[in-house]
Design a protein. Structure first.
Length: 422
């Protein structure tokens, strides 16, 4: 038998006292290792950071995707060399983002878009979110301004228009050669240099001219694309009606083929004022025969260069004129022209114009004021009929006016010329 330990008698008081628990075991040396302590701290920190980052992500995502405060579409200009803070301040001032610009800055940094923000003029939609606002600036979706250059302007007039337009920057060193710019509607962002605008118009003109030249009629008496532009510029200045261009072109082509002078009024004007484009008054009789390299009443054939910048339609008309025998045309008094293939028929058309002008003058004369009976009132000594106005002129595209009232000579003008006595 195994021996049991002897039972030590305890006093009643000792029996009532609780037995003492054994001391806790000592921590192992591994648990007290600094690496373990550091590791536990790192894990705890990572968990805290992950929870915080998750909260920030959820909050940030809601702020980035939430509708913005903008009440209606708005155009805002982000200036050149603007920093992130400047952009945030501009957007805040314009009401595109909320008053707390730090949210915008934080969103830009979160999307890693700081280096991609571009200056320019932007259109932001109503209630645009931060993501949309930042995306618009990053993608460089700047506002494009439509700029229309009318057909028939000279290069000097086009340069003047560009210089007056405040969406462009910079200056032009020289006026481009006449006929090298294509009139059209272009779109440019604000701040585009004017030299860049001119370059684009010149490139467009070369492209269109090459296309038209390739499709020209083999029967037209022009030898180079430059001569085609010259002919087209005369057509452009002679009529503003689209359906007349090809027929006006046929008149000049027929005259060139018959070795007749073109006798075009706009060439007289260009010889007198050059790139200014408009004379501001009717042509004087003495100016019809005044020598000038551009005066087609004096020179043979085409002038040495264009007298304006023709549009695509006039280039097409010059390259492919209508098939007619017409040699003359004169204003018909309604904004168009009457065409004829003989001088006699031309004179009849001129006579019709004269009659229409006289009728217009008669219709515009105001009747004299009716005098009251002598017994009741004396006649008004100042009452008189209003002087008859001049015959309605044909307005050129550029504001110049040409009033056609002179009979053409036998080998004569395509259209009679307006004259003022000298």
């Amino acid at each position: 038998m195994s021996e049991r330990p002897p039972i030590s008698p305890r006093s009643p008081r000792a029996a009532l006292e609780p037995e003492q628990l054994p001391p806790p075991p000592k921590r192992s040396d591994r648990a007290r290792n600094p690496l373990v302590i550091i590791g536990n701290a790192i894990i705890t920190l990572v968990l805290v950071v992950m929870l915080g980052a998750g909260g920030i992500y959820v909050y940030g995502k809601q702020k980035i995707e939430a509708p913005g405060p903008l009440q209606e579409d708005k155009i805002v200009n982000i200036p050149q060399r603007a920093g992130l803070g400047d952009i945030a301040e501009t957007l805040q001032r314009e009401g595109v983002i909320e008053n707390n610009r730090w949210v915008f800055i934080g969103s830009v940094l979160a999307l890693k878009a700081r280096a991609d923000l571009k200056p320019g003029e932007y259109s932001f939609q109503k209630n645009a979110s931060l993501r949309n606002v930042i995306g618009t600036i990053v993608e460089g979706k700047v506002v494009q301004h439509a700029v229309t250059i009318p057909e028939g302007l000279t290069s000097e007039q086009i340069v003047a228009r560009l210089s007056e337009n405040n969406i462009f920057t910079g200056s032009l060193r020289e006026i481009p050669r006449e006929g090298t710019l294509l009139p059209e509607t272009y779109k440019f962002p604000r701040g585009t240099p004017r030299e860049q605008v001119i370059n684009r118009m010149q490139q467009a003109q070369k492209r269109v001219l090459n296309e038209v030249w390739e499709r020209r009629s083999p029967e037209i008496p022009v030898k180079t694309p430059e001569q085609l532009v010259t002919l087209a510029s005369i057509v452009e200045k002679e009529t503003s009606k689209p359906d007349e261009r090809s027929r006006v072109s046929s008149v000049f082509v027929n005259r060139l083929q018959k070795k007749m002078k073109l006798q075009s009024d706009p060439t007289i004007i260009y010889g007198l004022v050059g790139g200014k484009g408009t004379l501001g008054r009717p042509i004087k009789r003495s100016e019809i025969t005044q020598p000038s390299p551009y005066n087609t009443y004096v020179i043979e054939g085409l002038p040495p260069g264009p007298i304006a910048n023709p549009g695509r339609a006039s280039l097409e008309a010059a390259a492919n004129p209508a098939r007619t025998r017409d040699l003359y045309f004169v204003a018909d008094g309604t904004g168009g022209h009457a065409f004829s293939d003989s001088y006699d028929a031309h004179l009849k058309n001129v006579a019709k114009l004269r009659a229409l002008e006289r009728q217009t003058q008669n219709d515009s004369v105001e009747p004299p004021e009716e005098t009251a009976p002598a017994a009741t009132a004396a006649p008004d000594a100042n009452a008189s009929a209003a002087p008859p106005p001049a015959a309605a002129p044909k307005a050129g595209k550029n504001g110049g006016q040409k009033k056609r009232t002179r009979n053409a000579p036998q080998n004569g003008a395509a259209a009679p010329t307006a004259t003022d006595p000298e």
